[in-house]
Ligand binder design. Structure first.
Ligand SMILES: Nc1ncnc2c1ncn2[C@@H]1O[C@H](COP(=O)(O)OP(=O)(O)OP(=O)(O)O)[C@@H](O)[C@H]1O
Length: 592
């Protein structure tokens, strides 16, 4: 019940459909109970009383009741569906909205396949209960109570006799529900794991194939498929045990009515017509009773599914805009004050202090895993600091309106993600109203214009899922153009040119000089040649700033920067016969 209480916000606004549907259901049920009454009349008056002229009117009444009942039945099912669909529509929107608002840390933990299964299969199980389950439940209660009341009016003793088995029925139902609930939770969980395996396999198909690991992946899938199959079988096994009990109780009821009812008729304490009517009511209510199993199934599935939906809806999100948030125009001054960051219990950053003035370029250099990305991720609040603060224009990023902050900070990640749409739409992603000229200009700066124009459809070329069909360097250049077009006050290039060759990187850098003018730029790169022009270079090691200064200052110190510099210099020396490197050196006028 708790699941339904917590999800009530989604179905309460549409209760009018459910109420109308239930009204129709009551009428359908009431009309259904007219048959036993008519049957009694036919037996007592037409057959026993020999009033044959009444036969046709009674048959006419039975037919009319069937037609009206059919119409009400259609109405109640239709309205039930409308109720379920409206609620599911809102729920789907809320889930999607929530997922869009969740922070990076949430996506570090969840599995895409499992999320997809929650958004589809679990949502549908919940909708099914709203659309049919609610009505069936009400139908069950109504039919049983109406039926019992009618039976009571026919013969109280006979009704009391069949009620003896009711507590047994209730006990069995409750007992099975407690067994079914965990069984269905397992079914849902194994389905999520199965979807995760499929999704990861498809996403990573190139890696799978390149290592010829199809066999291993098939085995992994087989294992999860087996687990899903086994959990379904376990649930079916429970049902297998449940149905015979229900069948037995139904048949016992028939025996009781035959025995006690027959005895009452023989003694002359009950009319034959009443016994026939009693029987017909019993059959009428045994059907929904035998459906109790399905009802329970529907119910437990929807509770298990609802729990999984609530896990998304109620997931904590510490990264939200404060009520009195700041949403001004950004100048681009960034300050880190005593920043410490702990992730998964591990200290990733500590004692990070630095200031960048608007328009300056700051470079971060360090070994892999040193903490460079972790530093820049704090600026647009992809993560929040554990201690200390990050200020933009003197205002703590936690006091900025999240959208205003992120709209004015553009990040180009090492792995560029492209949507499966046109190159134009991919570049204009942060500025949907951009004109062709603006998009082409951003592409020119990112050194992407040339290869885009050579494609058969130019900017209208549709790139495959995740940009398949383009090279890594081409994707990076499109991502770069996307950031340039967004015209941010702060531009963060997190290893954004790692996939392009040195010559292209050089061309991009030349063009970026113009883009970087007037905006604060963070550059993370491994090649010293990329960083050396920065106003300030921070050398990161083990989550701390170990050196800082300009290129000239740092090469004079005997530290990590110089070590990296000399290493890169040695490489260059070893490959001195490489015509390309020589050409680039010459072009750059690098003084090593
Ligand atoms: N979301 C996270 N959850 C837990 N630990 C993380 C997370 N992100 C990064 N780390 C850890 O923090 C440390 C620094 O990672 P970070 O990505 O900042 O390094 P980096 O210097 O940018 O490395 P690279 O140059 O390889 O990109 C690593 O030890 C990493 O395992």
């Amino acid at each position: 019940m708790d699941v339904f209480r917590r999800l009530r916000g989604f179905y309460l606004p549409y209760m009018r459909y459910l109420v109308l549907s239930i009204v129709m259901l009551v009428l359908t049920t009431a009309l259904g109970l007219v048959y036993p009454y008519l049957l009694k009349q036919i037996v007592d008056r037409v057959i026993i009383g020999r009033e044959y002229r009444l036969l046709l009117p009674y048959l006419g009444l039975i037919l009319a009741a069937a037609v009206v009942k059919g119409a009400f039945n259609f109405g109640q099912q239709y309205l039930g569906q409308v109720f379920g669909m409206h609620a599911a529509y809102d729920l789907r929107n809320a889930l999607y909205k929530k997922l869009n608002r969740q922070p990076f840390s949430y996506y570090d933990r969840v599995h895409t396949g499992d999320l997809m299964s929650r958004m589809t299969a679990d949502l549908d199980a919940f909708r099914q209960f709203l659309a049919f389950g609610f009505n069936n439940l009400v139908n069950f209660v109504l039919l049983t109570s109406f039926g019992l009341a009618l039976m009571c009016s026919l013969n109280a003793w006979l009704t009391a006799a069949i009620l003896v088995l009711l507590p047994v029925l209730g006990w069995i139902a409750v007992r099975f529900d407690s067994l079914l609930w965990p069984a269905y939770k397992r079914v849902r969980k194994t389905l999520g794991a199965l979807n995760t395996a499929v999704q990861e396999n498809i996403m990573g198909m190139r890696t799978v194939k390149s290592f010829a690991r199809e066999g291993y992946e098939l085995g992994k899938f087989d294992g999860r498929n087996e687990a899903y199959y086994a959990s379904n079988l376990a649930a079916a096994d429970l049902w297998k045990r449940f149905f015979p009990y229900m069948e037995l109780i139904g048949n016992l009821e028939v025996c009781i009515v035959l025995f006690v009812g027959g005895w009452l008729v023989i003694r002359g304490d009950m009319d034959l017509g009443d016994l026939v009517a009693f029987f017909s009511i019993l059959w009428y209510i045994t059907f929904p009773m035998s459906q109790l199993g399905y009802l329970l199934n529907n119910w437990t599935q929807s509770v298990a599914a609802g729990e999984r939906l609530l896990e998304i809806l109620e997931a904590e999100n510490p990264i939200t805009s404060p009520v009195a948030s700041y949403r001004g125009k950004m100048r681009g001054r960034v300050e880190f004050r005593g920043v410490r960051l702990v992730q998964d219990g591990q200290e990733v950053l500590r004692d990070i202090d630095f200031t960048v003035e608007p328009g300056q370029t700051i470079a971060l250099l360090g070994k892999t895993g040193a903490g460079k990305s972790s530093i820049v991720n704090l600026i647009p609040r992809f993560y929040d600091v554990t201690e200390g603060s990050v200020l933009v224009d003197g205002i703590d990023v936690r006091d900025w309106d999240l959208d205003a902050l992120r709209r004015q900070v553009a990040v180009v990640f090492q792995e560029s993600f492209l949507f499966s749409t046109t190159i134009f739409a991919n570049i204009a992603y942060g500025k949907p109203d951009a004109t062709m000229e603006e998009v082409a200009r951003a592409a020119r700066i990112a050194d992407a214009a040339e290869f885009i124009e050579q494609l058969p459809d130019g900017y209208r070329t549709i790139v495959g899922e995740r940009g398949l069909g383009l090279s890594g360097g081409q994707k990076q250049r499109i991502a770069l153009a996307r950031a340039i077009l967004a015209d941010p006050a702060i531009l963060i290039l997190d290893d954004a040119t790692s996939a392009v060759d040195m010559e292209t990187e050089y061309t991009i850098q030349q063009a970026l000089q113009e883009v970087m003018r007037g905006r604060t730029t963070f550059v993370i790169a491994h090649r010293i040649s990329t960083l050396k022009r920065a106003d300030q270079i921070l050398v990161i090691d083990g989550g701390r700033i170990v050196e800082r200064g300009t290129h000239d200052e740092l090469v004079r110190q005997d530290g990590l920067y110089r070590e990296i510099f000399e290493m890169q210099f040695r490489d260059r020396d070893e490959f001195s016969d490489d015509w390309l490197r020589a050409a680039v050196n010459e072009q750059r006028g690098v003084q090593w």
